[in-house]
Design a protein around this ligand. Structure first.
Ligand code: UN1
Length: 477
């Protein structure tokens, strides 16, 4: 098998390999990928630093063209890259193709943004002086991405970083390097000058750590766990650099008595179980008012019976496998914790075997949970959700907000009054009315509050906030 190498200073390099295993069929090695050493990371950072002066002054047409070409190639190869994504991560093929299309759209969007780098001109408060406000690239950006969106999250960090004139050292999740390698290969062939984009695959403890320890990086954008996010923050304070964190969620989905039951069940099933519940935007707390509670639980349970857990590539699969053995153990440990805490296991909870050996877990629904239980407070990151019964809207809102996290928050209701109140009062970065908590657009800001996120928003024109630094220039006329 050929080894997919790291890209450092425009050269493919590296030998030692990580095996990328298919969670739907653990006998299948998806590919071999090089593991970077601490020295490789140092070389990558030096290359990105050397490439920065020229790239930061590159013409916007060059950036526009490279980003556009990249988006076009990703889109043209959506079936192939979608299949690679489904094989390495385990989300279903339609979900994986959808995510690949989203990555293409993100490159397309930022290819357009490169042509819209406007500033502001204001008069000074002093006569005969003009003030210009412009955005300049930040410098060398470290990008660290998680395993659950192997193509969309790299795209939504890489595309704006390049659009605004930064150079990059990129470390994808060790578990899913395939799509990241493909994006970097496409960008490289699309004509990025050497050193602008450097790929360093491998373990967080080696590659990630070497990035955190570098005084050269001007910014690190990170999506992943709360624990690693804190280490990114601490090291960034130490080195005086900008950082952007996207971490966990424990997203509530409120269902009120007046909800359209079909809408509520569809939104809850999607939020909690699609993509195997492995989304920081997934809803794992279904907060349901008394009047609809039993009907909702019955209808959701019926719905769960119709969902097939199977190989991600098989047509008719609704839920793919859990990503690996470690995550599966976390999920099953939490299922046990939920039982011991006294929640009622209303559906699922069991491992299942399929034709191909993989990490298959039934969608799992607890009822009679309280918001104080660990299963309601800690992020599980699997196909596990609990129903929390509440009296009325006011209690539902209080429970929804009673969490250390604040990424996404949903409500199912036909009441304009409650929907409006919820939009204003949900303590979350994103609010969804009669929609799943997960599954976001590519052209509008993404991010959360409290323990979920730190720093400026990602995506859309708001991405400029992190990837640029503002300059205010005064001129005597
Ligand atoms: C989505 O719900 O469409 O890691 C995107 C995550 C998020 C992305 C969610 N950063 O799950």
């Amino acid at each position: 098998m050929t080894i997919h190498q790291n890209l450092i200073a425009g050269e493919w390099t590296g030998t030692a390999g990580t095996e990328n295993i298919n969670p739907s069929d653990t006998n299948e090695v998806v590919g071999l990928y090089a593991s970077a050493t601490t020295q490789d990371v140092a070389d990558a950072i030096a290359a990105a630093k050397a490439a920065f002066p020229a790239w930061s002054r590159s013409g916007i047409l060059e950036r526009h063209t490279i980003l556009k070409k990249t988006g076009e190639e990703i889109l043209a190869r959506k079936e192939e890259l979608g299949a690679l994504l489904a094989r390495e991560e385990g989300k279903t093929l339609p979900e994986a193709i959808g995510e690949t299309i989203r990555a293409a759209q993100i490159f397309e969007f930022f290819s357009g943004e490169a042509l819209r780098l406007a500033g502001e001109i204001l008069p000074s408060v002093r006569p005969n002086i003009g003030v210009e406000i412009t955005r300049e690239p930040l410098g060398v950006i470290g990008i660290i991405t998680p395993w659950n969106f192997p193509i969309a999250i790299p795209a939504w960090k890489i595309a704006p970083a390049l659009c605004y004139g930064n150079t990059i050292v990129f470390k994808p999740a060790d578990l899913v390097p395939g799509c990241s390698w493909a994006i970097v290969d496409i960008l490289h062939r699309a004509g990025l000058p050497k050193g602008v984009m450097n790929l360093v695959m491998g373990k967080g403890s080696v590659v990630g750590q070497a990035m955190l320890d570098s005084p050269v990086l001007s910014g690190i954008t990170f999506t992943g766990s709360v624990g690693t996010g804190k280490r990114v923050a601490l090291s960034s304070v130490e080195h005086g650099r900008k950082y952007q964190l996207e971490m966990g969620g424990k997203n509530p989905m409120v269902v009120l008595d007046d909800a359209d039951l079909t809408v509520a069940v569809e939104a809850a099933a999607n939020s909690a179980f699609f993509s195997t519940g492995q989304r920081c935007t997934a809803s794992s707390r279904l907060i349901v008012t008394e009047g609809i509670h039993d009907k909702f639980v019955a209808a959701l349970t019926e719905k769960l019976k119709t969902l097939n857990v199977d190989n991600a590539l098989k047509s008719g699969t609704h839920i793919g496998p859990v990503v690996d053995a470690k995550q599966l153990k976390t999920d099953t440990d939490y299922i046990e914790i939920g039982r011991q805490e006294g929640a009622r296991l209303a559906f699922g909870g069991e491992l299942v075997s399929r034709e191909t050996p993989g990490f298959y877990l039934q969608p799992t629904l607890f009822t009679e949970a309280t918001n104080q239980m660990r299963i309601s407070r800690e992020e599980i990151f699997g196909p596990v959700a609990s129903v929390i019964r509440v009296k009325d809207y006011d209690e539902a809102l209080a429970v929804a907000n009673d969490t250390p996290f604040g990424l996404s928050s949903g409500i199912a209701t036909t009441s304009l009054k409650h929907a409006t109140h919820f939009k204003r009062n949900a303590e979350a970065g994103m609010v969804m009315v009669n929609l799943p908590t997960a599954g976001v657009d590519f052209h509008v800001p993404f991010g959360g509050r409290k323990g979920s996120s730190f720093g400026p928003r990602e995506q859309g024109k708001y991405a400029a906030e992190f990837f640029t630094t503002v300059k205010t220039a005064y001129t005597l006329a």
